[in-house]
Design a protein around this ligand. Structure first.
Ligand code: ATP
Length: 553
């Protein structure tokens, strides 16, 4: 930036890494894989940062390269570049197609496809032009992308354009036309500031294993101090807030990952960008972050903050390393690999075949590693899937009924968690419970069937011992347990679940009055709306007919 006092710094080498030291004593030193200065060429950055990731991508590992830094620091310059000084994305297309042609026959190149989209104000917009959309460059010609968050907490696009590209020129054409639709604004910090996070997604379909591998090339919008733009209008303020909040959520996710907690507790769901990057920041993927900083004295606080962010990201590395394998498996893998390579040498088929064999082995290795890991995590996965089903239900229900209070939601969630705990006594029981609860997740709608409401109500009604204090056996838990068993047999459900449903409402709704049997546990949110503020007796005795979901005894 013009007339800005620049920060002095030096880059030292240590153990194959670079250390960035500012000539201000109060700032810490930052050690990274590479630190580049302002004279580094795009080509050099591509070779040092992108090529190792692209090689992993071509060997079947999902990969991501993303840029992070304050506004105007050079993120778009690095990842997109300009016509005469191409950045990582156009160079990646070139590299992928060149490498791919070396591995396989050219006609198989068509297995590469591209989508390009932007996240603007927490909505996703397609950057790949609609057919017949003409030369229009504004937002109206971009399509809002519909998506759902599936039971694994991942985004599934409904109408995102994904285009098969046969050669580098086709890929570059798409990319160029997409760039024209990016939302750009001239700010005091940058003449062409990106107001959205942009993701170029390259999918490589492996023709041998039919596996899809994904490469995300991400240009995040810049973090910015809102006060710097004095004449900021409402629209820009909204954009800035969305940008800053989403970056904050990304930071939280990264911090959580860096602290090595289980995947289940990582707060991906808080923003679109974290949901989108979910598969790119955890296990089994190769990720490179390029942090860009402004070397002016005025921006030192933001630069240091960016570097700390980058340091946190490098902490995630420990959990994205390939899972450890036993010595036996490792040596088996190596001996297979050596044997195959030897054979290739001996049949005299030349260098291209060796490269191909090596690649196939890599792919097979990645595939087997994945299977091994899956087997090892079988029991855990069952539990996680089960909890995710509930997790997935909560936000979608909230979206459907925006008027529900957060208190109700929290209580509901607590109930569901308790229900999970009650059900997950041991993996055997959990698996059995899942089956008997008929938790059916269809691929289309992810709908759930739990209990036949009418039947349950009818059954419970036949056993006053479950709900009438006056019944002489009311306090006899063994009798009640047997009753629950009989009911569950007749309904084909687990007694444990039914009992839990009944007991919960006995204790939570009223002190010593009668109690409720709920239609299904997923109706708890509905039910909790009617929890009485003053209930010495039944909460809804006066107008129970209004509430068809409940049956009151
Ligand atoms: N290494 C570089 N060499 C030459 N020009 C650069 C370099 N880095 C950035 N620039 C120039 O600085 C300006 C701002 O860069 P750029 O648009 O890439 O920033 P940004 O971090 O993407 O900003 P924002 O977050 O606001 O979108 C551009 O004109 C760009 O060409």
């Amino acid at each position: 930036m013009k007339n800005e006092k620049l920060i002095k710094y030096e880059i030292k080498k240590k153990n194959d890494q670079d250390i960035l030291c500012f000539n201000f004593k109060k700032y810490e030193q930052f050690q990274f894989q590479n630190v580049f200065n302002e004279n580094t060429t795009q080509r050099s950055i591509f070779e040092h940062v992108a090529v190792p990731i692209l090689d992993k991508f071509l060997h079947g590992i999902n990969s991501t390269i993303f840029t992070y830094g304050q506004t105007g620091s050079g993120k778009t310059h690095t990842i997109v570049g300009s016509k005469d000084d191409k950045g990582i994305i156009p160079r990646s297309f070139q590299y992928i197609f060149t490498k791919n042609a070396a591995f396989e026959s050219p006609e198989e190149n068509e297995k590469i496809s591209v989508s390009y989209f932007q996240v603007y104000n927490e909505e996703i917009y397609d950057l790949i032009p609609l057919k017949n959309s003409g030369p229009n460059k504004n937002m109206q010609s971009t399509k809002r992308v519909k998506f759902v968050v599936n039971v694994n907490g991942e985004i599934e696009f409904k109408n995102l354009n994904t285009v098969r590209v046969k050669n580098v020129n086709e890929a570059l054409e798409l990319f160029k036309s997409g760039n024209k639709k990016r939302i750009i604004l001239s700010t005091t910090m940058n003449d062409r500031s990106s107001r959205s996070h942009c993701i170029c997604k390259i999918t490589y379909l492996n023709t041998n294993s039919e596996n899809e591998t994904i490469l995300n090339l991400v240009d995040l919008a810049g973090s910015e101090r809102i006060s710097k733009n004095s004449d900021i209008n409402k629209k820009t303020l909204t954009e800035s807030r969305h940008i800053n909040v989403s970056l904050l959520h990304l930071h939280r996710v990264i911090n959580t990952l860096a602290n090595g907690v289980s995947q289940k507790h990582v707060p991906y769901r808080n923003s679109i960008i974290t949901l989108l990057l979910k598969g790119s920041l955890g296990f089994k993927c190769a990720t490179a972050l390029i942090s860009t900083i402004v070397l002016s004295a005025r921006s030192i606080a933001e630069s240091v903050s960016t570097l700390r962010y980058a340091k946190d990201v490098s902490g995630v590395k420990s959990i994205i390393e390939e899972p450890k394998r036993s010595v036996r498996k490792r040596s088996l893998k190596l001996s297979i690999r050596e044997k195959d390579l030897e054979r290739t040498f001996h049949d005299g088929s030349g260098e291209k075949n060796i490269v191909k064999t090596e690649r196939l082995l890599h792919e097979r290795y990645a595939e087997l590693s994945e299977k091994l890991e899956d087997i090892g995590h079988d029991i855990k996965k069952l539990q996680t899937d089960y909890l995710n089903i509930y997790d997935g239900m909560i936000p979608s229900r909230v979206m459907e009924s925006g008027d529900r209070t957060s208190d109700n939601l929290k209580t509901t969630k607590d109930v569901l968690i308790s229900a999970n705990m009650a059900l997950s006594v041991g993996d055997d029981k959990l698996s059995k419970s899942c089956q008997t609860m008929d938790v059916v997740a269809t691929t289309e709608s992810k709908s759930f069937t739990v209990i036949d409401d009418e039947k349950l109500i009818e059954c419970v009604r036949n056993y006053p011992v479950l709900y009438t204090l006056k019944d002489k056996n009311y306090i006899d838990n063994t009798i009640k347990e047997n009753v629950w068993k009989q009911i569950s047999d007749s309904l084909g459900k687990t007694g444990q679940l039914l009992e839990f449903v009944g007991t919960y409402f006995k204790s939570s709704l009223s002190s010593n009055a009668g109690h409720v049997v709920v239609t299904t546990i997923f109706e708890l949110e509905e039910l909790l709306k009617y929890v009485p503020t003053n209930s010495n007796n039944c909460p809804i005795t006066s107008n129970k007919s209004e509430y068809s979901l409940l049956e009151w005894f």
